[in-house]
Structures are given as C-alpha cells and as structure tokens.
Design a protein around this ligand. Structure first.
Ligand SMILES: C[S@@+](CC[C@H](N)C(=O)[O-])C[C@H]1O[C@@H](n2cnc3c(N)ncnc32)[C@H](O)[C@@H]1O
Length: 209
C-alpha cells in the first residue's frame, strides 16, 4: 500500500500517529461543510443529540453550542477518535454535557427513542450496511426526531480517485432518499450546496398516528 493511501485510510478508521494527525485535519477541514449542513435543522436548546462517526469531536462542540441546555453524545468505532473527541470537548465531558463512547453504528449502545437529533458528518461512506444502519439510527431516535446527514461528496462523478483510494460508498441524494424511506424515515429533504459538490439530507422519524 502506498504511504499516501495508508495515511488516508485514517479517514475510515483513525489509528495511531497518522490517525491522530488525520483527526486534527478533519476537525478543521470538514467544518465548513458541517456548519452549512447545520443550517438545515432547528435544534431545540435542550435537545439530546447523538453524533455518529464523531471523529475528532469538532461537531460535538458545534452541537453543544447550538443546544446550550442539552447534551451531546458521540460514538465512533475508532478508539483514537473517541479519545480525540473527549479531548476536544474536555470541559463539556467533565460537566456531563458530552459523552463519547466507542461503538459501531450497526449496534448502538442506547435504548430505543433516546435522541431528539442524530447527525452523521462525512461518515456514511464507511457504514457497512446502510439499510440496516439507518434502521438502527431510527431505533434510537424520539418520534418526530431529526436525522441530518452531511457529505462533501454528493455523487460519484468527479470523485473517482477518492472512491478508488478509500473504497468509499458514495450515495446520490436519490439513493439516500430511497434507503431512508425504506428504513422508515419521512419528511426527507435533500440540499445540494451551490459549489455543486456537497450534499445534506434531513429526515424525520415519524410520530405515532
Ligand atoms: C471521515 S471521518 C469523519 C469524522 C467527523 N464526523 C468529521 O466530520 O470530521 C469518518 C469517521 O467515521 C467513523 N466510522 C466509520 N465507520 C463507522 C462505523 N461503522 N461506526 C462508527 N463510526 C464509524 C470513523 O472512525 C471516522 O472517525
């Protein structure tokens, strides 16, 4: 494996020295996309929020700012991501407003109906089984809760180099809408950034009728 490829493998699962460097780079490099995506959801000040694939934890910080009376949980299957997220949000972790746990999206260590909002920034490309994983996300959400997905790669065309190097699964907005619908989400809304590259999808867990 080339050195470049093995360094960029840290986007899939940060590990070791290269992983820790990548986590700092992602905290800075993904933030513009995340801040754009966050404009598409309304966050109640006391919301209980889960950020899946939290990486270096910058989005846990962004979410804590938007829910000043709430709490933000992060999960990531990489122990190095969990450690970095805890360091990035040290004060909130000490105050009990942030909690970061090592776990896979496919088996979330939470009860049914715990979270008002779930977010996934730059991570679904790596999830092993999107239909199942979206159902797992829905399980831990409150009725009428919101799910926000933000990706810097909206479609495979033009991203072939990254797809090949990182073995990414890139989903178009049409594919995501279909999988979300099949996983039981409603109110699906897709936005493409004017730069023609970024994608943000919001959806809702339906309430009981
Ligand atoms: C490209 S990084 C994005 C990190 C962060 N969300 C951001 O926007 O900077 C992808 C993150 O998703 C995590 N990840 C990938 N697959 C996962 C899975 N199946 N379950 C939990 N975390 C996962 C990786 O460990 C990594 O930290």
């Amino acid at each position: 494996m080339s050195m470049l490829k093995s360094f960029f493998e840290n986007t899939r699962k940060p590990e070791g020295v290269g992983g820790r460097l990548m986590l700092s780079m992602m905290n800075a490099g993904h933030n513009a996309n995340a801040l754009w995506g966050l404009t598409y959801i309304e966050i109640p000040p006391a919301a209980k929020i889960l950020d899946i694939g939290c990486g270096g934890g910058k989005n846990i910080s962004n979410l804590l700012c938007r829910a000043p009376h709430g709490s933000v949980y992060g999960v990531d299957y990489s122990p190095d991501s969990v450690e970095k997220s805890k360091r990035t949000n040290k004060t909130a972790v000490l105050q009990g407003r942030a909690k970061v746990t090592q776990a896979s999206v496919s088996s979330l260590p939470f009860e049914d109906g715990e979270f008002d909002i779930v977010t996934a920034f730059e991570t679904i490309y790596f999830w092993p089984d999107l239909p199942h994983d979206f159902m797992e996300v829905r399980r831990v959400m409150t009725e009428n809760g919101l799910f926000l997905i933000c990706n810097e790669i909206a479609r495979p065309e033009g991203a072939e180099k990254w797809i090949k190097m990182l073995d990414l699964s890139v989903y178009t907005m049409e594919a995501l809408s279909r999988i979300l619908l099949e996983a039981g989400f409603s109110g699906i809304s897709c936005q493409e950034h004017p730069n023609g590259k970024w994608l943000c999808v919001t959806s809702q867990k339906p309430g009981r009728t």
